[in-house]
Design a protein around this ligand. Structure first.
Ligand code: NAD
Length: 361
């Protein structure tokens, strides 16, 4: 069987890091007897330049025909002055919505070799390995009514609506339990049930579906406390599941525990397990085209793609081990190098991971 992968390089450093991901997938294919075929599509600023919109219909069609999507990043100053619906980031929101990618998985894993990169004390973060699951297609980012209005007395009011159906909560809740089952079997549901009705329903649904997962320990935490606990004692968590707005904020907070944005992968999944995989960082226009980007977040996104959509756990493990191995060898890109350490370029780092994968070290 041939796995069809859609590559969406996007803008800035996107093309450089996605090129490394393609090399790695081919190497993983050789090693594990997997066949990959690649198509390429446009999204973000490059799509605006080529077709006038950040998400051409053709890109959505290509994604629907693929088994999985690997995205670089979108955005850049060149497109920031356009109207809101013609900004590169609209391409991202659009593809998530079009493909029903409601579950955003963000692991925050600290490689032991990079413990010094975190701004937190090493005993707080050493050995950190948690996953934040954010609901991605509901809540206040999409709820109606929304907008800014002027009242008859001239007062302007802004309004957004936090809304969740029971079915939306159950769907992301079950994703949380399923992921927790594959890991440490502990799920913390984060809400604000002391104030918000949406959260009261959220908690009720979580408690109801927990009966189907007796092997997973469910706990609840208010979002303000969760923010505090993430920086106080992050290792108390295994898997955290939460709604869109809370997840947006907490996942960035968790990501930064590891100290290096160039190391963080993510997955956005729909009900069938189809997924879009991308690094957490943006298009880094300041270093674009200079072979300075760290490709490891994208290569770790490849591992997630192999694990969560293709079900190729052995290949996923091997990719993660190859990344750990290059770090163990002391190989670094500029963002994770300490003063005096030799710095590799993007393709050199990609080649080193491929070599580690082929060598099986
Ligand atoms: P950014 O993540 O692009 O960059 C922040 C800093 O981190 C920069 O100094 C950059 O050089 C560095 N950096 C990021 N990725 C790196 C990597 N792989 N290796 C080494 N260094 C890396 O965030 P920003 O500067 O706030 O945004 C730049 C553009 O990216 C904006 O247009 C923004 O809208 C867009 N953006 C896109 C996404 C996405 O595509 N998912 C996410 C965030 C921001």
């Amino acid at each position: 069987m041939t796995y069809k992968i859609l590559l969406l390089p996007g803008d800035g450093i996107g093309p450089e890091i996605v090129a490394e991901a393609e090399k790695l997938l081919l190497a993983a294919g050789d090693k594990f007897g997997l066949d990959f075929s690649f198509t390429r599509g446009l999204i973000g600023g490059s799509a605006i330049d080529a077709s006038g919109v950040p998400l051409p219909d053709e890109t959505v069609a290509l994604a629907r025909a693929a088994d999985a999507v690997l995205l670089g990043a979108v955005g850049g100053e060149k497109w920031d002055r356009g109207p809101a619906h013609l900004r590169p980031e609209r391409g991202l929101l659009g593809i998530r919505k079009a493909l029903g990618l409601y579950a955003n998985l963000r692991p925050a894993l600290l490689f032991p070799q990079l413990v010094g990169a975190s701004t937190l004390k090493s005993d707080v973060v050493a050995g950190l390995d948690i996953v934040i699951i954010r609901e991605l297609t509901g809540g206040i980012y999409f709820g109606e009514p929304r907008g800014v209005e002027t009242l008859t007395d001239g007062t302007r009011i802004g309004c957004n609506t936090m809304v969740y159906t029971e079915a939306e909560i159950e769907r992301i809740g079950r994703t949380g339990f399923d992921i927790a089952r594959r890991r440490g079997r502990r799920l913390c549901s984060v809400d604000k049930a002391n104030v918000l009705e949406t959260s009261q329903l959220w908690r009720e649904v979580m408690v109801r579906i927990a009966a189907d997962y007796p092997d997973v320990e469910l706990s609840h935490m208010y979002v303000d406390n969760a923010a505090m606990q993430l920086v106080r004692a992050p290792k108390q968590f295994d898997v955290v599941v939460t709604e869109n707005l809370f997840g947006d904020i907490l996942s960035d907070c968790a990501a930064m525990l590891t100290g290096s944005i160039g190391m963080l992968p993510s997955a956005s999944l729909n009900e069938t397990g189809f997924g879009l995989y991308e690094p957490v960082h943006g298009s880094a226009p300041d270093i674009a085209g200079q072979q300075k980007a760290n490709p490891l977040a994208t290569l770790l996104s490849v591992a997630m793609l192999l694990r969560y959509t293709l079900g190729e756990a052995a290949a996923a493990d091997a990719v993660e081990q190859a990344v750990a191995s290059v770090l163990q060898q002391g190989l670094r890109t500029g963002d994770i190098a300490l003063p005096g350490e030799r710095v590799l370029g993007t393709a050199q780092m990609g080649d080193a991971v491929v070599a580690a994968l082929r060598g099986g070290v």
